[in-house]
Design a protein around this ligand. Structure first.
Ligand code: HPA
Length: 256
């Protein structure tokens, strides 16, 4: 069964149904919220509210290690991480979806590995491609099948937050090769890799990054509500279809 980590769009009433909420503990503490065993469009999913049930966890404080550990323990076979982003290039204006295939990490001090004690030992995961290609491809196929435009591939810059960036920082990230900026997919994707859990990102652009286009002087999320709501609804459709595709594939392979 696939797991979904997200918030915006998936927490509304009636999106995830038939829910069973389970409080869990892990060697890394409690996850951000109880695990929700439910259905999205009739497809089973384990949903985790990344920022907590009351949106209390800031990006740099999210218990990422507990979150991924809990999902693995609950039997997740892969994780879709949905995150809002600020877009850099014209292709990523507010309201656009993207499945990233690369990552730049600008965070610091986050608990980003399970291998940080002599007891755990040392492990160097391969991270050449930080997102799982098959699961990312599934999201792209799901977007096509539902008629949602999606940018296939791109570089996700993860910042520490919770503040947004300066215009100069955005210029630097653009020079480094970033296409979108968010605050949460790292260390999620690295921890998933350590646990050998396939992980794909689904980015929802909710603004142009600081200093660009409509955000030239200030970022006003309110002004973009309509485009954002459309993109969020698109993301829900894409995930729903991806869950269906994944089940069909499992059934075809006799693994269901
Ligand atoms: N920067 C970082 N994270 C974000 C942004 C942004 O502009 N928009 C949404 N999440």
């Amino acid at each position: 069964m696939l797991a979904l980590i997200g918030g915006t769009g998936f927490e509304n009433d009636g999106i995830i149904t038939d829910c069973d909420e389970v409080l869990v503990e892990t060697p890394w503490g409690a996850p951000s919220a109880p695990l929700v065993f439910g259905c999205l469009g009739g497809e089973e999913v384990i949903f985790l509210r990344r920022h907590g049930a009351r949106h209390e966890w800031a990006p740099h404080r999210i218990p990422y290690r507990a979150n991924l550990w809990a999902l693995k323990k609950a039997g997740a076979t892969g994780v879709i991480g949905v995150g809002t982003v600020g877009g850099i290039g014209e292709a990523m204006t507010a309201g656009t979806l993207m499945v990233p295939d690369q990552l730049l990490d600008y965070t610091w001090g986050r608990e980003h590995t399970y291998y940080d004690s002599p007891e755990a030992g040392v492990k160097h995961i391969d991270f050449t491609l930080p997102f799982d290609e098959n699961l990312s491809g599934l999201l792209v196929r799901a977007a096509r099948r539902t008629g949602n435009t999606i940018v296939e591939g791109g570089c996700y810059a993860c910042t520490q937050g919770p503040r947004l960036e300066t215009a100069a920082e955005v210029q630097r990230f653009a020079r480094d090769g970033a296409n979108v900026i968010g605050m949460t997919l790292y260390p999620e994707c690295a921890l998933a890799r350590e646990l050998e859990l396939p992980y794909a990102g689904l980015c929802v652009s909710v603004n142009s990054a600081a200093g660009l286009r409509e955000s030239r002087k200030v970022i006003r999320f309110e002004a973009l509500a309509e485009a954002v709501n459309r993109a969020v609804a698109g993301a829900v459709e894409v995930v729903r279809e991806a869950l269906r595709l994944e089940r069909e594939l499992r059934e075809e392979n006799g693994l269901a």
